[in-house]
Design a protein around this ligand. Structure first.
Ligand code: FEO
Length: 135
C-alpha cells in the first residue's frame, strides 16, 4: 500500500485546488519512495526543494482567493501556512547542509500535517468559495 495517496474525501470540490493538493500528496509520496529506495541526498534534495516551492505557490493561491472574496478566517489560515513553510524551510536548509537526515518521522510529519490541514481548515473554506463561484 502506498505511503500516501489521494482520497476523494480530501476534495474541497474546487478543481484547481484539488489538483494542487493532489500534486502535494504526490510529492510527499515521491519523497517517501526515494527514502525507502535509499536514493541519494541530491535526489531527495531536489524533491524537498520542489515540495517547498510548490507549497508556497499553493498557499499563495488560496490566500489570494481568501483576500479577493473577504474570507473571514484568512488570518488564522494564513498563519497555518506560514508556520508550515517556516518549518519545512528550516528542514530544507538543515537537510541541504547535512545537519539532519530525512527520516520516517519527517515523512509522517509531512503526511499528517497535510492531511489534517486539507481535512480541517481547507475544508472549511469549501462552501464559502463555491458560493463565490469557484468550482
Ligand atoms: Fe491547501 Fe490551506 O492549504
Amino acid at each position: 500500500m502506498a505511503f500516501f495517496q489521494w482520497e476523494d474525501s480530501y476534495s474541497v470540490k474546487i478543481k484547481e485546488i484539488d489538483d494542487q493538493h493532489k500534486v502535494l500528496v504526490g510529492m510527499i509520496a515521491k519523497l517517501h519512495e526515494a527514502l525507502s529506495q535509499g536514493k541519494g541526498k541530491d535526489m531527495m534534495g531536489v524533491i524537498v526543494n520542489e515540495l517547498v516551492d510548490y507549497s508556497i505557490n499553493h498557499f499563495s493561491l488560496e490566500e489570494k482567493y481568501m483576500q479577493t472574496y473577504g474570507y473571514p478566517n484568512y488570518t488564522s489560515h494564513k498563519k497555518e501556512h506560514y508556520d508550515f513553510i517556516n518549518k519545512i524551510d528550516v528542514f530544507r536548509s538543515d537537510f541541504q547542509a547535512g545537519k539532519i537526515m530525512l527520516s520516517l518521522e519527517v515523512m509522517n510529519f509531512l503526511k499528517d500535517w497535510l492531511t489534517k490541514h486539507i481535512m480541517g481548515v481547507d475544508q472549511q473554506y469549501s462552501m464559502f468559495f463555491r458560493e463565490k463561484g469557484l468550482k
